[in-house]
Ligand binder design. Structure first.
Ligand code: CA
Length: 347
């Protein structure tokens, strides 16, 4: 890594200074509309003490809104006197994607969450990933990266941490992350497995030994009053549990779910018109039909059935009414317990 060029991104805030600052990460982007133009990524830094650093990000995918709303609100309402460490807030991390309300960047098509570790001499999206990788992650202890389903998925509201490998260090790191998930106190909490972990922010942070927490809080390319409240309260209580903000977290019940293997994911083999027979939060049996997919071309054809590969709870579903081959139809997770098996005091 030592031979990489410095990042072209310049911060208008001083990450080491005490106090509250609002500024930008300035990423030069020369183009037809603006010869010496820049991408301007909003950033707030609130440092009130020598405690740990939390990196809070939204807009990693630009069509997911609970995180950005919670983080613009937090940057405005978090009082310096409350902060015992340092909070770095980036509500619109992939700013070009966020400004366009798209999952990926309209500049280079980049999916930021598949672009890590990034490149200082790469595309705009790769440059953002590289700055997070080499500048922001090393100064952070705890990372909360907000996600929701975006325009093509819908989720039960949950906070999550990943199942890490079996080494003692990784298991300790996993336990710290799960304790913060408990403190976040979303209605559901998930021990998560990824189907596509290469290039993710999560993977980059975890490989650096950081305590990484994420969410899926709804979807459909919008945000509800309920899911925004889950995001706002969860973020604040997680910061308290992490020792970054003073106060008492408010205990909230959560239902723990596990994603033990690839059978959780149901991928469409054929496209068509999707008719769900179950909704988010429904409990299903192994083999139960989750959805019917009607071919569009003519009437009189039997719809294709999508059967659940496991028993569990439906935590995610495809959002629009039409399906393409390869789309994720639904995710079914295993119920492992009704309430916090982990205490927030375990942090
Ligand atoms: Ca996402």
């Amino acid at each position: 890594m030592a031979d990489l060029a410095p990042s072209p991104i310049r911060a208008t805030v001083d990450f080491d200074a005490m106090g509250a600052q609002h500024g930008h990460l300035v990423l030069p982007h020369s183009r037809d509309e603006s010869a010496w133009g820049s991408v301007m990524i909003p950033v707030a830094v609130i440092r009130g003490g020598e405690g740990p650093t939390a990196l809070l990000t939204g807009g990693n995918h630009g069509d997911e809104f609970e995180g950005p709303i919670a983080l613009y609100d937090l940057a405005l309402t978090l009082r310096l006197e409350e902060v015992t460490g340092r909070v770095i807030i980036l509500p619109a991390l992939n700013q070009p994607a966020f400004a366009a309300a798209r999952r990926t960047s309209p500049i280079d098509g980049g999916n930021l969450n598949r672009s890590f570790p990034g490149r200082p001499d790469g595309s705009v999206t790769q440059k953002i990933a590289d700055y997070v990788q080499r500048v922001l992650l090393p100064m952070s202890d705890v990372v909360l990266d907000f996600h929701s389903g975006g325009k093509t998925l819908d989720f039960l509201p949950f906070c999550a941490a990943h199942v890490l490998d079996d080494s003692p260090d990784a298991k300790a790191q996993e336990a710290r992350a799960l304790a913060l998930v408990a403190a976040f106190g979303a209605p559901y909490s998930v021990r998560m497995r990824e189907i596509d972990a290469v290039g993710m922010f999560d993977t980059a942070a975890e490989a650096m030994g950081k305590v990484f927490v994420t969410t899926e809080l709804g979807g459909g390319g919008t945000a509800s009053a309920r899911t925004v409240e889950i995001a706002r309260r969860g973020c604040r209580d997680m910061l308290i549990a992490a020792g970054v903000v003073a106060g008492q977290p408010e205990p909230r019940p959560t239902r723990w779910l596990d994603m033990p293997d690839a059978r959780c994911f149901h991928v469409a083999e054929e496209g068509g018109l999707i008719r769900f027979l179950v909704d988010l939060g429904d409990r299903v049996a192994e083999g139960q039909v989750l959805a019917l997919i009607y071919p569009l071309g003519r009437t009189g054809q039997t719809p294709k059935e999508v059967a659940s590969a496991r028993a569990g709870l439906v935590i995610s579903r495809h959002h629009p009414g039409l399906l393409q081959p390869g789309d994720c139809v639904a995710v079914v997770a295993e119920e492992t317990g009704s309430d916090a098996a982990l205490s927030v005091t375990d942090v």
